[in-house]
Design a protein around this ligand. Structure first.
Ligand code: FE
Length: 349
C-alpha cells in the first residue's frame, strides 16, 4: 500500500512537471532500480537537455498502472525486465511501435519484437541475462548438469532447487524449452523436474543458490546476475556462497543457453514521442550499453559491444561469451499460457 501511495504521489508530481516542460522532459516508468542507472540518465540529460522524470515500480505494477491511466498516462518510456512481460504489454496494446534505423541496426532481430502492421517495432531488448545452472562443486560433476534436459534425468533425483514454476523467469525458460522440444517432451521434462526436486519451490533465485551452498540441494537454476551479485558482493558471507558453487551455461553443444532480456518501449499514449525515441536510441549506444548492462551484471546486446564485467568473464572461462539460443524472445513470451497449463498438470507449484 505504501508503495502504491508513493507511486501516486510521484505520478502527480510528474503530471505537474510536464505542464511546464513539455518538450524538454521525458517520463520514464522503470522496473529497474540500480544506482548506476542514475549516471545513465544524467548523461542523456547532459547530451540532449531532456530531463528524465522517473516512476519506479515492478513490471506487474507498471503494466497495471498504464492500463488504469489509459490515454491520460504521462508515461513516455517503459522499461521492463522480462520478455514475457514485454510480450504481455505488447498484446495489451500499451506500446507505440516505432521506426528507428539506428535501433534496428544496433539491436539483433531475435532480441526485439516482431514488426507491427505499420512496420514499427513495439519494443527492444537492451541487455540479456542467462538462465544458468549452479551445482555443488564437491558432489556434482558439471557434465551431469550441462543441459536443461539433464536436470530431469533420474540420476539427479532429490537434488534440484528451483523457484516457483509460475514465476516469469521460469515461464520464459519453459516457454523456450517448448519452442525447442515440442509439447510432449516439454511436459515429460517438467514432470522430471518435479520428480527431482530436493524441496518444494520457495524463495527467489538467490535462495536457490544459497540452498546449494547450505547443502539443502545440489543443483539450482538461477539468472546469471544473481550469482554475479554474490561473486562481487562486499559481504564475505555472500562471496563464500559463490565460492561453494560451480556454474554451467546449459546446452552449449545444442541449442544454446536460454536468455531473457531487460527491454524498453515507447508508451502508446506518449506525449514526447521524439524524445522517447531518442532515449531508446541512446540506450543502444556503446557507452550507455555498458552502464545499462553492468548496473545489474548483465550482457550488453548492441552489435559490436562486449562485456567487461569481471564476474561475467569469470563465469564464462574468461571470454565473457557463451552460446545463447537464437529463437525470438517474443515467441517465448507467447507460450506462457500453454506452459502454465502443463505446470498445473504435472504439479509444478
Ligand atoms: Fe531478477
Amino acid at each position: 500500500m505504501k508503495k502504491y501511495l508513493t507511486l501516486l504521489a510521484t505520478i502527480a508530481a510528474l503530471c505537474a512537471g510536464t505542464a511546464h516542460a513539455q518538450d524538454k522532459a521525458l517520463n520514464l516508468y522503470s522496473a529497474r532500480h540500480y544506482s548506476t542507472d542514475e549516471a545513465l540518465y544524467n548523461d542523456f540529460t547532459k547530451a540532449t537537455g531532456i530531463k528524465i522524470n522517473r516512476v519506479d515500480a515492478d513490471d506487474a505494477g507498471i503494466i497495471a498502472r498504464l492500463k488504469a491511466e489509459g490515454s491520460a498516462s504521462p508515461a513516455d518510456v517503459i522499461l521492463l525486465v522480462d520478455a514475457a512481460r514485454l510480450a504481455r504489454g505488447e498484446q495489451d496494446g500499451l506500446f507505440l511501435p516505432i521506426k528507428s534505423k539506428p535501433l534496428e541496426d544496433a539491436i539483433p532481430a531475435s532480441l526485439r519484437a516482431q514488426p507491427a502492421a505499420d512496420g514499427g517495432i513495439p519494443w527492444f531488448g537492451f541487455s540479456t541475462r542467462a538462465r544458468v545452472v549452479v551445482y555443488d562443486k564437491i558432489k556434482v560433476k558439471p557434465t551431469e548438469v550441462d543441459s536443461y534436459e539433464k536436470l530431469a534425468d533420474p540420476q539427479n533425483k532429490g537434488k534440484l532447487c528451483i523457484r516457483s514454476g509460475s514465476h516469469p523467469y521460469n515461464l520464459s525458460l519453459f516457454g523456450a524449452v517448448l519452442e525447442h522440444m515440442g509439447p510432449q517432451k516439454t511436459e515429460a521434462w517438467l514432470k522430471g523436474l518435479v520428480d527431482n526436486m530436493a524441496r518444494p519451490p520457495k524463495g527467489g533465485d538467490t535462495d536457490q543458490i544459497k540452498g546449494v551452498a547450505a547443502g539443502e540441494c545440489q543443483i539450482a537454476v538461477t539468472n546469471s546476475y544473481y550469482l554475479a551479485r554474490l561473486m562481487r558482493s562486499s559481504k564475505p558471507e555472500d562471496r563464500a556462497v559463490a565460492e561453494k558453487v560451480g556454474v554451467v551455461f546449459p546446452n552449449q553443444s545444442s541449442w544454446g543457453t536460454h536468455v531473457n532480456i531487460a527491454g524498453a518501449a515507447v508508451a502508446r499514449h506518449a506525449k514526447h514521442v521524439d524524445s522517447a525515441t531518442k532515449f531508446l536510441e541512446y540506450l543502444a549506444s556503446p557507452s550507455a550499453q555498458n552502464y545499462f548492462a553492468n548496473g545489474n551484471n548483465e550482457w550488453p546486446v548492441a552489435k559490436g559491444v562486449s562485456t567487461d564485467n569481471p564476474a561475467l568473464k569469470a563465469m564464462t572461462g574468461g571470454s565473457g561469451q557463451f552460446k545463447s539460443e537464437t529463437i525470438p524472445v517474443g515467441a517465448v513470451g507467447a507460450n506462457q499460457v500453454k506452459v502454465q497449463q502443463m505446470l498445473d498438470r504435472v504439479g509444478f507449484k
